[in-house]
Design a protein. Structure first.
Length: 730
């Protein structure tokens, strides 16, 4: 509409008493504290046809005009001092930017994560799309179908009404302005005798597709009730094939599908697999795209021009018409958890959205999280078990304690050295997985037993013998390695714990002249070249961290895990679960190399060969591990038998952070919550102290934590970070 007419139309029409007042609840993202709750505005009569839930509205905010999202429209017969909405900028006959189902999803996420609703709504639309005003659109004026004529009617108004009566489908604004002038049209709209409408537009692409019929459970269509989600268990290659078939089946039946993977590097292989299967038109969404690319992909999905959306966790919020299949692969991956408010887990969002939209959710995993395993065991998820690969790797578990007792000291066991030699003599490739970068884990004083620690963070610093430096992994502080112990002034300092540099040094000494490379955070810049050279045989051996497992195209025939039980000693109740998942990923990685010559092989070096994790890997059956883990978690009160919220107090001064955390702990206990801590965390440049709050169920945890946050004031210069269902405990 013409801007001047649009501003003039919302006058005191509601005061005439013919129609009830309409009010809109408008949320204003990107407005600081105002994004926490919606604000109430009056909807003028001229804007009522456009005021749909989920549409963007331009509203006054002080002297400014800002764009917000219309969350609700309601009647109110009472007289209220509410300012009017100035414009509704989205087109009613096109798909909304924010659908009612996604608004409901945002409300659930905000409530579940104890986050402001504005943060959750901002997940639904890319920021540049949310703030971007659409181009001006044609408007028409139509005659009100039942409004009686007044006793007195001006000449210009009568002329315009005659034009409207002769054209029931409506008349362009410009034609009426030419007949009666701008003031005459304004008075006509104010009187309610005429109404403003959007001009009819061509339907969006895909809008005329046939309706969905409830019959194929694999594609997730409904059949008279909610569709039970499923856990898809199997090797990554087998899961990819199953996912491709399921998506292709859904697209053939006129449905749409959403496939979510943990990392950006996982997107191209999935897209290529779907393209080979001709599984419809695709849109890709992840944070690695430019703003223009992201906006274009999002709009294609919203407009129905894409049958399949593939992306990382942010793709879970794209509006996709007739969405009937949501697949979240590699469900336990840490990248599925958001590290910024709202701190949601993609698994929970996928399940919630599937329920709200009547779609089927599929969670893919080789070794699922304990919570997901428990849900499947309880029948909340159905289980789809895929057959194992035809060629399984030869698995050797080496007891490093026995190696030492037999007089063999070192980081590479005799079995691993022999296996490396066999695969280098054959046309194979070797990958050695190490838990950390650098030369050694720490620089240890053998006189007093203390490690060289960061003076700012108080954490042990990584030692690089080649560079002669120590480096803090928290604040990145780097300094020359000391010659004497800072604690006792002893001179017997030695690097302890192998990093990638140290293993690389050992391998070069054992196999001189070997073509090899290091693959870790310090060498990430040349990762593409390393992958290409290894695939083409110019490199025969790689030493790297878990980044190797995520590098596309790497197919080693031998995978050696130097310190297989290392992750087990992280101070986190999920440590054993994470160890199992990483080792299962290493075994699957070797199996993907196929059944050629030499046969794929895995060597795991461990100090605890009888641990349930190692027994599960050896047997190829994880059920006993999960059952034991569930028994332990029930005994100690950990998920899935309890709910946790991690509250971290951050301040520049340690005493301030400790005092704030102590108040949080006291308030939580007063609310009946269990409290673990407060505990001091390492942090660069500031102090962090955490409390872990625990309750038997989610409602008690959320209500109690919400009451704690309302009760404890946060001093200036400090902040509280709340993470419900944390995936990291340190």
């Amino acid at each position: 509409m013409d801007a001047e007419l649009r501003r003039a139309a919302p006058t005191e029409v509601h005061a005439a008493g013919a129609d009830p007042n309409l009010y809109g609840e408008v949320l204003l993202p990107h407005t600081g504290g105002l994004a926490d709750r919606p604000l109430t505005y009056r909807i003028p009569p001229a804007l009522r046809p456009f005021a749909a839930v989920g549409a963007r509205a331009e509203v006054p905010l002080g002297p400014r005009r800002v764009l917000g999202v219309l969350l609700a429209v309601r009647e109110d017969d009472g007289v209220r001092a509410a300012r009017p909405i100035r414009d509704v900028v989205d087109i009613p006959d096109e798909p909304p930017l924010v659908t009612p189902a996604l608004l409901a999803l945002a409300r659930e996420i905000a409530a579940e994560t104890l986050s402001p609703l504005g943060n959750a709504v901002q997940c639904l639309v890319p920021p540049d799309v949310l703030r971007r005003r659409p181009p001006s659109r044609p408007r028409i004026v139509v005659r009100h179908p039942s409004r009686p004529l007044p006793a007195r009617l001006g000449r210009r108004q009568a002329a315009m009404l005659a034009i409207l009566d002769a054209a029931p489908e409506g008349v362009p604004v410009s034609d009426l302005v030419g007949a009666g002038g701008r003031d005459g049209l304004r008075r006509l709209l104010e009187s309610g005798l005429a109404q403003l409408r959007e001009a009819v537009r061509t339907p969006s692409p895909g809008a005329a597709r046939p309706p969905v019929h409830p019959r194929d459970a694999k594609s997730g269509r409904r059949n008279g009730g909610p569709v039970r989600p499923a856990l898809l268990l199997g090797h990554p290659d087998a899961r990819a094939a199953w996912i491709t078939d399921a998506v292709a089946s859904a697209v053939r039946d006129g449905d749409r599908a959403l496939v979510v993977v943990p990392e950006i590097v996982d997107v191209p292989p999935m897209v290529e697999s779907l393209r080979r299967r001709a599984a419809g038109t695709m849109a890709v969404l992840h944070s690695g795209l430019s703003r223009r690319e992201r906006r274009a992909s999002w709009m294609r999905a919203r407009d129905g021009a894409a049958d399949v959306v593939v992306g990382t966790r942010s793709a879970l919020f794209v509006p996709l018409p007739r969405l009937r299949l949501i697949i979240l692969d590699n469900e336990p991956a840490e990248a599925h958890k958001s590290d910024a408010a709202p701190r949601y887990h993609a698994r929970d969002v996928a399940l919630r959205r599937a329920r709200l939209e009547g779609a089927r959710a599929i969670l893919g995993a080789s070794a699922p999280s304990v919570e997901t395993y428990a849900a499947a065991a309880a029948g909340d998820l159905s289980a789809i078990r895929l057959p194992p690969p035809r060629s399984l790797p030869v698995l050797t578990v080496v007891d490093m304690r026995a190696e030492r007792h037999e007089g063999h000291a070192g980081y590479l066991s005799r079995a691993l050295v022999q296996a490396v030699g066999r695969h280098l003599r054959a046309p194979g490739g070797v990958a050695l997985l190490v838990q950390r970068t650098g030369y050694a884990r720490v620089l240890l004083c053998r006189e007093c037993g203390a490690a060289v620690r960061c003076p700012a963070c108080d954490v042990a610093m990584a030692y690089d013998r080649e560079a002669g430096t120590v480096r803090c992994r928290v604040c990145a502080r780097t300094a020359r390695a000391p010659d004497v112990c800072p604690r006792c002034r002893g001179v017997d300092l030695r690097g302890v714990g192998a990093g990638t540099k140290r293993i690389e040094e050992i391998v070069r000494r054992l196999f001189p002249g070997l073509r090899m490379a290091r693959f870790d955070a310090e060498t990430a810049g040349g990762a593409d070249r390393v992958v290409r050279d290894f695939a083409e045989g110019r490199l025969r051996l790689l030493v790297g961290t878990a980044r190797l497992l995520r590098a596309p195209g790497l197919r080693p025939t031998l995978v050696g895990v130097i310190d297989a039980d290392g992750p087990m000693y992280v101070p986190d109740f999920r440590a054993a679960e994470r160890t199992l998942q990483r080792l299962r990923a290493a075994v699957n990685w070797a199996a993907a190399s196929g059944g050629g010559r030499p046969a794929p092989e895995v060597v795991l070096q461990t100090r605890v060969p009888d641990h349930p994790v190692m027994r599960a890997i050896r047997a190829g059956d994880d059920a006993a591990f999960y059952d034991g883990e569930l028994t332990a978690r029930r005994a100690f009160g950990y998920p899935p038998y309890a709910r946790l919220a991690r509250v971290v107090a951050e301040a520049s001064a340690p005493a301030v952070a400790r005092a704030l955390a102590a108040r949080i702990a006291a308030a939580a206990r007063a609310q009946g919550l269990d409290v673990l801590g407060p505990a001091v965390l390492a942090a660069p440049g500031h102090a962090r102290v955490q409390c872990v709050l625990r309750a038997a169920d989610g409602t008690a945890l959320r209500d109690g934590t919400r009451a704690v946050l309302a009760r404890v004031p946060v001093p200036p210069g400090t902040r509280l970070v709340v993470d419900v269902d944390p995936q990291e405990m340190v």
